[in-house]
Structure formats: C-alpha cells, structure tokens
Design a protein. Structure first.
Length: 412
C-alpha cells in the first residue's frame, strides 16, 4: 500500500541525514534488525532516474538547474510511491557540496510536509574519520573522479557541515519538524533508542524515553593526561567519566544519552596546535560498540588524502590553514554542545568541580540549561572539593548514582 492511499500523509517521518562520510546507510541497516518500519535512501532513487552517480547529478544542478530539478521531482515521486504504512525512515542529504558550492536538497521541504510529525536526525562524525572513509572509498574506485579538480579538504568539510546545521534550523521553523543532532560515535544501543524515540516505537521494553545530556570536564582532563603523557583511554579521570556514562546507559533502558565527546576534533599538542596525526591515545575514549569500525591513527598528511581529496601543500601543511581550521572546530564545538543541551529533557552534570576547580564549558552548559528551565542533576564525588558558590550552580546535587536512577525513573 503506497502513501497515495494515505492521502499523502504519514503519521511520523524520520529523516536520517549528515554530510558525506557519516554513512547513514549503516543506521538504515541496523534499524532493519529492530524495527519493522520501511526504510529508504533518496539518493538511490536519484541515481536510478539520472543513470549516474549522485555526485555527477549534483553537478547538473549547477549547470542545468531547471532540467535537473525536473528529474529530482521524478525521483521524489518514485520515492513517495514506494512508501508503505503510516511511519517511515528516509535517509537523504539536507545539502550537497560541489565545486565549492553548498546546494540545498530541493525535495526536502516537500518531504517533511508529507508527515504530521517529522524528525530529522543530523548525524555528525569526527572530520578526520569521515574524510578517511571518503578517501578510502575513492581509492577503491567506488566514487572515481568524485573530487577531481574540486577538492574536499577538512575546512571545506566543516563549512559543509555548518550548512547542514543552517538547513536543519530553517526546516525546524516549519512547525512539524524537530531536529536532533547526534554523534555517530554513540553506542549502537544509543542509536537504536534514538530511532525508537523518533519513530514512537518501543524498544527492549521501553516505550517512553528521556533524552539527557551529560555535561562534564573535558579540556582540563585532556591537559592533565597530556602533561603526564598518559593515554586518555587509560587516564583515570577520563575513564571514570566514560564508565559513568556506560553504567547509566546500562542501568536505564529508557534513557538516551547525548555525550559531547562522541565528537572530538579539538586535539592539540602541548603548544596548542592541532595535531595532524590523530592516534587513539589522544582522542577522548568512546565505546567500542559503534556502527562503524574506527581505525587509528589517522594521518592528515597521508598520501591517500593528497591523491584523492585535497592538496596537502595548500591545506594541512599550511600553518595559517590549520589555525583557521582550529577556529572553525572551536565554533562548532560551541554550537553543537549547546544544541545537545537544547534538545535534552534534562542535564546530568558529572563531577563539575573535578580538581577542585570550576570548568568554563560545564558552567556555560549549566547556565544554558537553567535558562531553558531544564532539570539539572549533579554528581560530585567526595574527592572533588566544592568551591564556595551557590549550590544552585550545579543544580540538584545527588548523593550517589542510585539517587540519579531514581530521579530519572529508570527502567532497568
């Protein structure tokens, strides 16, 4: 039964999106194991209608826009005719990038309008792993010539991602659309809970989910590990924080965690310069149970990037370029973490006074949560000295993790 029988309306639509290298198809494949909701990828329909790879189709949007738009509408119609049921998952790009142009996907406004409720999950991936994935695809001949004479370098990738943010914000103004930003390095379990939440489906016995953001110190923890020349994966403080997140996810089947460290791009050396070789010891630890495999190290000066994506001498090997890239990363950290806070039902602040100090990033997130009237729960270990400031600064202080599980009404 196609959507035409439903008078052109879906009860709920979940759009999976993100710039190239995120590989949302992995989410589609995982979703089919848990949910009986039809899932589609719009770009597959585009390729079929144009008889060309998607990246060549996007070139046509620049060269022969009117003719290309006509074919986009044909592909869109074929997609709509394929949809069955009252709920659907559709993977598609919000924007495309070709020849230095950011090109909005022309069917997105029509697509979100067919549903009473539309959720857009905007997936984010560390730029170095995303680019590494893209470069490997080109090297294997899966997308030959995709970036010939139109490089995709780290800074371009960041601008493209920022454009996706803007497109998502514009769509959210439509009223029936809700956008959720989500890091790909969250656990598979987290991904499935988020899908269940956006689809309005139950998952492993949980039907109503709470979305919580975990705020915790990052910069000073990383600095201490760097000073001691200890891998973040074995450093006691970063390990303690990640263990807390794992316990919370395992204990609370009805909780969806938003973790800021699922994107970790501001990786610098002792002089404050961005590292060009990202090894596992420098990256904040993440769960091993992810939708993708993550190989380390990633060398941004590797010949594979020079041969497939971008000229090294004009990008990564330029000090000025790397300074601009660092600024872009810092700006996107702010916008992404504050988006996490905004889309959460509650904030959980873990060890906000670690080392007996205040942490600027944590303070900003707490204040943002307060201005949005969100519940804030804090866990402060006895070993962390609390500065003499009003307790409201850290929200409701809980004596232990069991108290948090009770406050969140966790389903075990």
């Amino acid at each position: 039964m196609g959507i035409g029988v439903l008078a052109g309306r879906l009860r709920r639509l979940v759009i999976l999106s993100g710039v190239t290298g995120v590989e949302v198809r992995s989410v589609l494949e995982a979703s089919s194991k848990w949910f009986s909701i039809p899932a589609y990828k719009f770009e597959d329909y585009i390729s079929d209608v144009f008889h060309s790879p998607v990246y060549e189709v996007i070139d046509l949007l620049l060269e022969s826009r009117k003719a290309a738009l006509g074919k986009f509408k044909i592909a869109y119609s074929k997609l709509i005719e394929s949809i069955e049921g009252l709920k659907s998952i559709i993977a598609t790009h919000l924007t495309y990038y070709r020849r230095g142009h950011i090109i909005p996907n022309p069917i997105i406004p029509d697509l979100v309008s067919i549903a009473d409720e539309a959720y857009i999950i905007l997936y984010i991936e560390d730029y170095y792993h995303a680019l590494s994935r893209i470069a490997e695809r080109v090297r294997r001949g899966k997308t030959p010539g995709a970036f010939a004479d139109q490089p995709l370098d780290p800074l371009s990738y960041m601008y493209w991602r920022a454009s996706d943010y803007s497109m998502a914000a514009l769509l959210e103004s439509m009223g029936n659309v809700k956008v959720i930003v989500y890091g790909m390095k969250h656990s598979v379990e987290g991904h499935m809970r988020l899908l269940a939440y956006t689809l309005g489906e139950s998952y492993k016995g949980a039907g109503l989910f709470k979305v919580v953001y975990i705020s915790h110190p990052i910069t000073k923890v990383r600095a201490r590990a760097e000073e001691l020349s200890i891998s973040l994966w074995s450093f006691k403080d970063s390990s303690s924080i990640e263990s807390f997140k794992s316990r919370l996810e395992n204990k609370c089947k009805n909780v969806i965690i938003l973790s800021p460290t699922t994107i970790d791009e501001l990786i610098v050396d002792k002089s404050g310069y961005l590292k060009k070789v990202i090894d596992k010891s420098s990256r904040w630890p993440h769960t091993e149970e992810t939708l993708h495999e993550y190989n380390y190290p990633v060398d941004l000066e590797s010949s594979i990037f020079d041969e497939t994506l971008y000229p090294l001498d004009k990008t990564i090997k330029s000090k000025g370029y790397m300074e601009i890239l660092k600024t872009m990363i810092e700006n996107q950290i702010d916008s992404r973490d504050l988006a996490y806070v905004s889309q959460a039902d509650a904030l959980i602040v873990y060890r906000p006074t670690l080392y007996g100090e205040r942490h600027i990033g944590v303070d900003v997130e707490i204040e943002r949560g307060r201005t949005q009237a969100k519940p804030i729960y804090s866990i402060i270990l006895d070993e962390d000295k609390v500065e003499p400031h009003p307790m409201r600064h850290v929200g409701t202080r809980l004596k232990d993790e069991d108290s948090l599980y009770t406050a969140l009404k966790c389903i075990d």
